[in-house]
Write a protein that binds this ligand. Structure first.
Ligand SMILES: Cc1cc2nc3c(=O)[nH]c(=O)nc-3n(C[C@H](O)[C@H](O)[C@H](O)COP(=O)(O)OP(=O)(O)OC[C@H]3O[C@@H](n4cnc5c(N)ncnc54)[C@H](O)[C@@H]3O)c2cc1C
Length: 479
């Protein structure tokens, strides 16, 4: 006999688990099905974000940043750190413990909010009167019926034709997050967010990192001036980034017990090159995941990328079936998935769930960090918008000097007539935290002058934000 629910959520990543919790808080009977399994065969809800994405990458970035600081920057503070060593196994074990805390936290929240959790793979069976039947294939088979179904099945790493992931030598984000030792030579195909974060971790620990990027520009989605500044910093750190390359054949060959990977490619000038590395991370984007969902059984519509087709409210072509997160259009970001999850739960309850796509922040957690919200200067030019720009370098910020990290700047873009903030772009220390002020300001349709008139603590990095807002009108308090 099928178990009856108001809402059945398929997928327990940030889109799915947040939707399930919010729906339960709104008084619905909710089930959440998630297939992720930990090494012991138990449930590991949290999806890509918790298991092989946001959380573990930030844990490794933090460990490797400490290592880099101890090796290269403590001396500036008068601290002698001799024989600094990295125990990679311990670093990875710490990362795994952080992941587990998050998995357990989600299971606790399910319990607290009375969400029924099912560990297994969910698939559509058929439409039934007033809802849909979904089957769970786990340790036991279950049949659930939901009046509403929320699909939040996420995405998978895109493979490069001819170079499937073996997670030994050719790695996706999954393998890149659990290397047992620092590779001497690390290759990276793709210089997007995930590639740069992974490359930074292993470079800080001593790997020689070469990044091959097909596009002729570095970080094309980032404001040009900010991307240029970031590239300068990465070049200085020794990340070897080659743009405009065309990757050819990729071969793995075994030398004794150690394998190496050879990547044939043409550089930007069209010259044939061969890169030999010990490990290769392929990070060329992610594809929506509807594997095994049996969408055909109910006629759920996918687009030609394999994403579930939804409208602005995350409604699919089927009444009562919704989809959120990486499996639908829009940026593949955990907080975007979460916002959509909350909004869908509220819409099911007859409320007015709301997601503002114009104020979704983006962050790259490298060093320096890169963060932005709103439009870039090149987008404003392309859109024919008249704008004013103001920048302020961290070099002139007292807190940044005290921290010993003066790389980068804050940049404001505001409407030339109304002064409304159209975009804020940061490269530098704690950009991931600083960007929130800009998100709030844009959500409230603030002007650059509003930020310039708000009192910011001294000394703080956020004073650079205030100064960049002042710079929009060619003013400064700093000199
Ligand atoms: C290395 C890396 C770093 C990242 N860092 C960041 C970051 O710093 N900030 C950020 O915002 N984003 C980051 N992301 C992106 C972020 O992880 C995703 O945008 C986010 O996880 C998407 O959430 P989701 O709920 O849509 O899907 P997912 O997190 O992918 O979750 C989907 C879940 O559904 C389960 N599932 C799939 N099919 C079924 C089925 N049929 N039945 C049951 N369960 C199923 C999966 O097992 C999974 O648990 C990163 C990604 C990677 C790979």
């Amino acid at each position: 006999m099928s178990k009856q629910f108001d809402v059945v959520v398929i997928g327990g990543g940030p889109g799915g688990y947040i939707a399930a919790i919010r729906a339960a808080q709104l008084g619905f009977q909710v089930a959440c099905i998630d297939a992720w399994t930990n090494e012991k065969g138990g449930p590991a809800p949290g999806g890509t974000c918790t298991n092989v994405g946001c959380i573990p990458s930030k844990a490794l970035l933090q460990s490797s940043e400490h290592f880099e600081q101890a090796n290269h920057h403590f001396a500036d503070h008068g601290i002698t750190a001799k024989d600094v060593k990295m125990d990679v196994a311990k670093m990875v074990a710490r990362k795994d413990a952080v992941v587990k805390q998050n998995n357990d936290g989600i299971l606790y929240l399910f319990k607290k909010n009375k969400v029924s959790f099912f560990h297994g793979r969910g698939s559509f069976v058929k439409a039934v009167e007033g809802g849909y039947e979904v089957q769970v294939d786990g340790a036991v088979k279950e049949s659930l019926t939901g009046k509403h179904i929320i699909v939040a099945t996420g995405s998978n790493a895109r493979t490069l034709p001819g170079a499937p992931f073996d997670e030994e030598n050719i790695l996706s984000n999954d393998g890149a997050l659990r290397l047992g030792a620092v590779p001497k030579r690390l290759g990276l195909i793709g210089s997007g967010v995930i590639g740069l974060e992974m490359g930074s971790v292993w470079r800080r620990l001593g790997a020689e990192v070469t990044v091959l990027e097909g596009l002729p520009v570095f970080l094309g989605a980032v404001d040009e001036q900010i991307a240029k500044e970031a590239k300068k910093a990465f070049d200085k750190q020794g990340l070897q980034i080659q743009l405009g390359v065309k990757v050819g054949e990729i071969k793995t060959s075994r030398k004794g017990k150690d394998a190496t990977v050879q990547v044939a490619y043409a550089n930007a000038k069209g010259e044939e090159q061969l890169l030999e590395v010990d490990k290769l991370i392929v990070s060329i984007g992610r594809v929506p995941n509807t594997d095994g969902l049996n969408v055909e059984a109910v006629g759920l519509k996918l687009d030609d990328r394999g994403a579930i087709v939804v409208d602005a409210d995350c409604k699919t072509n089927l009444p009562g079936v919704w989809a959120v997160g990486d499996v639908v259009r829009g940026p593949m970001l955990a907080h975007k998935a979460e916002e959509e999850g909350v909004a869908v739960a509220e819409r099911i309850a007859g409320q007015h769930g709301h997601v503002n796509f114009n104020t979704i922040p983006w962050v790259i957690y490298t060093s320096p960090e890169i963060a932005w919200v709103g439009r870039t200067e090149q987008q404003l030019r392309a859109d024919g918008v008249k704008y004013k720009a103001g920048t302020f370098p961290f070099l002139a910020n007292g807190r940044a000097r005290a921290l010993g990290d003066t790389t980068g700047m804050v940049k404001f873009l505001a409407d030339a007539t109304t002064d409304e903030i159209l975009g804020v772009h940061i490269v530098g220390p704690m950009a991931s935290e600083l960007i929130s002020e800009a998100v709030v300001a844009m959500e409230f349709k603030a002007s650059a002058e509003d930020i310039a008139r708000i009192c910011h603590a001294h000394p703080s990095l956020s004073e650079a934000t205030k100064e960049a807002a002042l710079a929009v009108d060619k003013r400064t308090l700093n000199f």
